[in-house]
Design a protein around this ligand. Structure first.
Ligand code: MN
Length: 263
C-alpha cells in the first residue's frame, strides 16, 4: 500500500546515497577502507521469526514505580523521568524455557535484581508525541536491569556517574522479542520476580509512573530515537540482593518467564 511504497523509495534513495559516498571515497583513496577486526552486532531473537532484532542502544528509566522510587529515597511525585544507558553488549539472551547461567559480576557485594518490561523500537524520530509513541514499538520482551547497588549508591552519593553500578557486562538479561502484531501492547498485567521460588518483587505494569508511550516521547526530546533502540521500562519495589547459587525467575503476564542462575 501507500506506506510500503514510500518505504521502498526511502530505502532505495538511502542505498543510492551511501553507494555514492563509498564510490567517491574509493576513487580518492584508491582502496576501500577495511575494518581492523570484526565487532559483532548484538541481536535478540524474535519469537516466530527467522529474523533477529539488531540492538542499537539500550535506554533504561530510573525510579518508575512509586514504591520503588520511595525505597530508593526519592519523592516520585516531584521528579521528572530520568534515563541512563547500558552498553549494547550488556545484553545476555535467555531463551524460553531455559535457565541460563548468569555470572556474578566483579567489585560488588550487593548485587540486585530488577525485573522490567522491555519495549523495542523499529522506527525512529525526534519529539514523538505521546499519542503516536506506541506506533514506534515493534515488540516487547521481559528483562532484568541487574545492578551493582553498592557501587551505584557510592557513585550517586559522590555525585558521580552511575556507569559502574548499572552499565557492566551481562547487566541486561533479556528474553526473546514478541512482536506487537502478535501480542499487542502492555499497559497492565502482573510483573513479578522470584528468587529461589520465593516472590520478591510483585506489582502491576499499570503502576508505572511514566508509561512506555510517555517514556518514548520523553526520550525522543533528548535523543533522536532510531530503529534498534530498546527501553527497559523500570522496576517495581522490593529490589534486593542475589548471591552465587540463587535462581531468579521473572514473569510478566502475556510473556514466557525468564530464568537465570547466578554463578
Ligand atoms: Mn531499572
Amino acid at each position: 500500500m501507500d506506506f510500503s511504497r514510500r518505504n521502498i523509495f526511502t530505502k532505495a534513495s538511502l542505498v543510492g546515497a551511501s553507494a555514492l559516498a563509498s564510490y567517491s571515497q574509493t576513487t580518492f583513496a584508491q582502496t576501500s577502507p577495511k575494518s581492523l577486526f570484526e565487532v559483532p552486532q548484538v541481536t535478540i531473537p524474535i519469537v516466530g521469526s527467522s529474523s533477529v532484532f539488531p540492538v542499537r542502544r539500550i535506554y533504561c528509566i530510573g525510579r518508575n514505580y512509586e514504591a520503588h522510587a520511595r525505597e530508593m529515597g526519592s519523592d516520585p511525585t516531584r521528579e521528572p523521568p530520568f534515563f541512563f544507558q547500558k552498553p549494547t553488549d550488556a545484553i545476555q539472551f535467555v531463551p524460553i524455557g531455559q535457565t541460563v547461567n548468569h555470572p556474578y559480576p566483579s567489585l560488588t557485594k550487593n548485587y540486585h535484581h530488577e525485573i522490567e518490561l522491555v519495549a523495542v523500537l523499529s522506527k525512529g524520530g525526534r519529539n514523538i508525541p505521546v499519542e503516536k509513541a506506541l506506533d514506534y514499538v515493534y515488540g516487547y520482551a521481559i528483562g532484568l536491569d541487574m545492578t551493582r547497588r553498592d557501587l551505584q549508591r557510592a557513585m550517586g552519593n559522590e555525585k558521580k556517574p552511575w556507569e559502574i553500578g548499572k552499565s557492566f557486562d551481562h547487566s541486561a538479561p533479556i528474553g526473546p522479542i514478541h512482536p506487537v502484531e502478535k501480542i499487542g501492547h502492555f499497559k497492565n498485567g502482573a510483573i513479578w520476580l522470584k528468587v529461589n521460588g520465593v516472590i520478591k518483587q510483585e506489582a502491576n505494569l499499570a503502576q508505572m509512573i511514566w508509561s512506555v508511550a510517555e517514556q518514548i516521547s520523553q526520550l525522543s526530546s533528548a535523543f533522536e530515537m532510531m530503529p534498534g533502540d530498546i527501553i527497559y521500562s523500570g522496576t517495581p519495589e522490593n529490589v534486593g540482593p542475589v548471591v552465587v547459587g540463587d535462581t531468579l525467575e521473572g514473569h510478566i503476564d502475556g510473556l514466557p518467564n525468564i530464568s537465570l542462575k547466578v554463578v
